[in-house]
Design a protein around this ligand. Structure first.
Ligand code: GLP
Length: 260
């Protein structure tokens, strides 16, 4: 895993935007895996600004979101479909028919989960998968204890995640306890994973992900086994890493041919 340490979330978002822009330039028909939460907001803002300046184009892009709350319709203000519309999709030229988000209101959830996997396959697989990190070390909504080879499926949230995400639901009813999420096996098949984490409250999860044992107890640790994973963190999120100086040295001395 390549570890990039930036002073703050703004610098981390800029670095992530650079990687996205390079991906779109290299392959205008890219299949992007997208994430929600507070962490990617800066990145999405930069991407919409770059689009407005005609620096990047999404017209041939296909997207797959990581997860969605069960029971929330796409128009519910707290659904991840609404989040994506507000923060990215309404501001860029991605074709509506190329946007995929699990349907939280589906009657037959196992069937739409299988179909989601098939649609990813038919699109040729995910080129660049954006990820955030739960404070309990989850990716997508793969909570601790999730199978490390899991596929898209329904999951139940644990207490920590409910607590972390409750703030977004103030006055909008109780937070759903069930979600649909890509599995860890699904995420592992993306050709490039890009994970961003920011803030001191993520430092423990970051250390477990990067330097802890690979274990279902810390689902993000599976990314140690990924062939091409880039982690971008800010200084507070890096606070508990043991090999900090080494990661900095590697990044600063990266051979030119390896730079994105
Ligand atoms: C949620 C999402 C994850 C996200 C995580 C971190 O649980 N399902 O995909 O990465 O929260 O969120 P935040 O960026 O708000 O800390």
């Amino acid at each position: 895993m390549e570890v990039i340490i930036k002073p703050d979330i703004d610098a981390a978002s800029n670095e992530a935007a650079r990687i996205f822009a390079a991906q779109l330039k290299r392959k205008p028909t890219s299949v992007l895996g997208l994430a929600t939460g507070a962490t990617p907001l800066g990145l999405y803002h930069i991407l919409t600004t770059m689009y407005a300046r005609s620096e990047i184009d999404f017209s041939l892009v296909t997207t797959f979101n990581l997860d969605e709350y069960v029971s929330l319709s796409a128009s519910h203000p707290q659904s991840y479909a609404s989040y994506m519309r507000e923060n990215l999709f309404a501001k860029i030229n991605v074709a509506l028919e190329n946007i995929h988000i699990p349907d939280g209101t589906a009657r037959d959830i196992p069937a739409i989960c299988t179909a989601y996997e098939e649609t990813i396959d038919r699109a040729g697989g995910i080129d660049l998968q954006l990820l955030g990190l739960g404070s309990d070390c989850h990716i997508g909504f793969n909570e601790p204890g999730s199978s490390l080879t899991s596929r898209t499926r329904i999951k139940s949230l644990n207490e920590q995640t409910v607590k972390d995400n409750e703030r977004y639901f103030e006055g909008a009813g109780p937070i759903p306890r069930h979600v649909i999420t890509m599995g860890i096996g699904t995420i592992m098949e993306a050709r490039h994973c890009l994970i961003i984490a920011s803030g001191q409250h993520k430092a423990r999860a970051v250390a477990a992900m990067v330097e802890g044992p690979v274990t279902a107890d810390a689902p993000a640790s599976m990314l140690q086994m990924h062939q091409h994973c880039t982690l971008i963190i800010d200084e507070p999120a890096a606070a508990q890493l043991k090999r900090l100086d080494y990661y900095r040295w590697v990044y600063e001395n990266k051979p030119a041919w390896q730079k994105v």
